[in-house]
Design a protein around this ligand. Structure first.
Ligand code: NAP
Length: 556
């Protein structure tokens, strides 16, 4: 393939099928990436496999779906007009409202003309001579781009459980991460929900109100904190709006997870029993994810963590009337917070309803699904519909579905066979000009995704602009920088309790997936500083190639 003419910014005529940047995915990451690239006068094409924008909020339409980060914070900060104008209705926005917001952003910033919907990216191959990517989509087209940005989302690859007989089930089967667009009515039906992660914990109380009977099949109990969701008052909205610049700055620069919270000045064992209980009660009453930040050592000290875990176990015992059911619902195989903590509305209380049954499939596993039953070793449960809340091939799953070929034809899947390897989570050595948004090795899923998305997009946009301004045709993570970063990500993870849980953070929910702690646990503030420093030092740890020396790019 011959080299593309060098990209010269605003006035460049874009030939059919050639772009400066191809962006994969039109969720919040892909849309903002497009907006930033346009701001530099770069041409970009976004491919989205869904029939509309919104990413995770397009697919996850299950009953009760809403964000577990507060709406005033789970929103873009890049446009002050946008954040001043948009009216979030509730403390935690429901999925339809977030999807409406995504659509509003697409229209407001005129993004749709560069987004091709209903189109999957199947293949991307790097041309080492031209320093370009050749991108093949599900409609059979191939386009050429200088850069590819994977804005594919971390929880986009819904995972169907491998349960014998599932295909022969005669009723309807729904996956929470791939919910139909038409309304689903469970009225009068016997429904089975398999799984008890965040998606189940949100949907179970809503499904229980409709179903004639709901059977919840639980393998692992999860910690959940009440959301305390409520309508936002005009005063609450205004207090954010009038302080947005500072609040956004604090979230980015002073927190670990991009969520506003008081920073604890002590560990759990520095307080006596009564004082601790009062603090946990206050956080429980307030609700939400900040429960875990009441003390500064819950993620690193098991004895401290036990105090929080015991408090929540106690709450479950208070709420759930049947002691046997309460005991089953009390998590006991991982420290609190080491699996993504759940946020619920009446989840535990739902098990007090006469039409809800909890089945412990850890002690009595599902053996098979027949035409109209879920069959465990001990008994058969008749169901008319099944809801699979069985999660995702997280962080790497949606990237792994694309046949990505870098230098020497190596695929990203081959390179990541023993676990994802990236430098700063944004690039992987051997794959020049390929960026990943909120990829493994970045804070990503441990943070408010909006904060992490904006930071990555801004960093990538600045990087692409830097390259263009200097007539550089490629950038690539150096192997040694990548190795050091991977070691650092692991080292930081090992100082915490997180690796003690068989979580999707570790890849433990996918049989055969390498078990490596994937996100960077150092926090968004620290991470942002590292990324900024790397850029300020002329992209330290990255190899760059000038236009006239296209072959000198081999990573050291
Ligand atoms: P998840 O946390 O991975 O939970 C999957 C559940 O399915 C687990 O209880 C798992 O049990 C069970 N499971 C998986 N395979 C099974 C099998 N073959 N047989 C029986 N049980 C099986 O998935 P999720 O609930 O969809 O949540 C994933 C992530 O999405 C969350 O952690 C969160 O980050 C995000 N999310 C966010 C929100 C929000 O913002 N409000 C809502 C939903 C999801 P084991 O634990 O034993 O494997």
């Amino acid at each position: 393939m011959s080299a593309l003419p060098s990209v010269s910014g605003k006035n460049r005529a874009v030939g059919a099928g050639t772009y400066d940047v191809v962006v994969v995915g039109a969720g919040f990451a892909g849309m903002y990436m497009l907006h930033r690239l346009r701001g530099f006068g770069l041409s970009a094409r976004v491919y989205e496999q869904g029939s509309d924008v919104g990413g995770t909020w397009y697919w996850n339409r299950y009953p009760g779906a809403r964000c577990d980060v507060e709406s005033m914070q789970y929103s873009y900060s890049f446009s002050n007009e946008l954040q001043q104008d948009w009216e979030w209705s509730e403390r935690y926005a429901p999925q339809p409202e977030i999807l409406k917001y995504a659509n509003h952003v697409a229209d407001r910033f005129d993004l749709r003309k560069d987004i091709q919907l209903d189109t999957r990216v199947d293949r991307a191959a790097f041309d080492e001579e031209a320093n370009t990517w050749s991108v093949t989509t599900s409609d059979g087209n191939t386009v050429v781009a200088k850069y590819v940005v994977l804005a594919t989302g971390c929880l986009s690859n819904a995972r169907m459980p491998d349960i014998k007989g599932l295909a022969g089930f005669k009723g309807k089967v729904y996956h929470t991460g791939h919910w139909p667009h038409e309304p689903v009515d469970f009225t009068g039906l016997r429904v089975g929900v398999i799984g008890t992660g965040s998606s189940a914990i949100q949907s179970v109380p809503v499904i229980a109100e409709q179903a004639s009977h709901l059977t919840v099949f639980q393998r692992t109990a999860n910690f959940s904190i009440p959301a305390r969701n409520a309508a936002l008052t005009p005063e609450e909205r205004d207090s954010f709006r009038s302080n947005y610049p500072e609040l956004r700055r604090v979230a980015r620069e002073e927190t670990k997870n991009g969520i506003l919270q008081e920073l604890p000045d002590r560990g759990a064992l520095d307080d006596g029993d009564n004082e601790r209980r009062v603090k946990y009660e206050a956080r429980w009453s307030r609700g939400g994810l900040t429960f875990m930040s009441v003390y500064n050592n819950l993620a690193i000290d098991k004895a401290a963590n036990d105090t929080a875990a015991n408090f929540v176990r106690g709450k479950i015992a208070e709420i759930v009337r049947d002691p046997g059911t309460a005991k089953l619902l009390q998590p006991n195989n991982h420290p609190i917070g080491t699996k993504r903590i759940c946020i619920d509305t009446d989840y535990f209380a739902t098990f007090n309803r006469p039409n809800v049954t909890l089945v412990d499939i850890k002690s009595d596993p599902i053996e098979e699904i027949t035409a109209n039953e879920v069959r465990t070793g001990a008994r058969d449960y008749k169901v008319d519909a099944l809801v699979l809340a069985t999660g995702f091939d997280a962080m790497t799953g949606s990237v792994a579905r694309i046949d990505i070929r870098g230098r020497n034809g190596q695929t990203l899947n081959q390179k990541w066979a023993e676990g994802p390897k990236t430098y700063l989570g944004v690039m992987s050595a051997g794959f020049p000009n390929l960026f990943i948004i909120t990829g493994p090795g970045s804070p990503s899923v441990l943070s408010n995704m909006m904060v992490s998305i904006e930071q990555h997009v801004d960093w990538i946009a600045d990087c692409v602009s830097y390259l263009r301004d200097r007539d550089l045709v490629s950038i690539e993570a150096k192997k040694d920088a990548e190795e050091k970063w991977v070691a650092h990500v692991n080292e930081v993870a090992q100082t915490t309790l997180y690796p003690q849980a068989n979580s999707w953070y570790m890849g433990a929910n996918i049989p055969g997936k390498p078990q490596i702690f994937m996100p960077y646990i150092g926090g968004v503030a620290v991470y942002r500083q590292i990324c900024n420093d790397v850029a300020a030092k002329g992209y330290e740890g990255f190899a760059m190639t000038a236009a006239e020396h296209p072959r000198a790019a081999a990573a050291s």
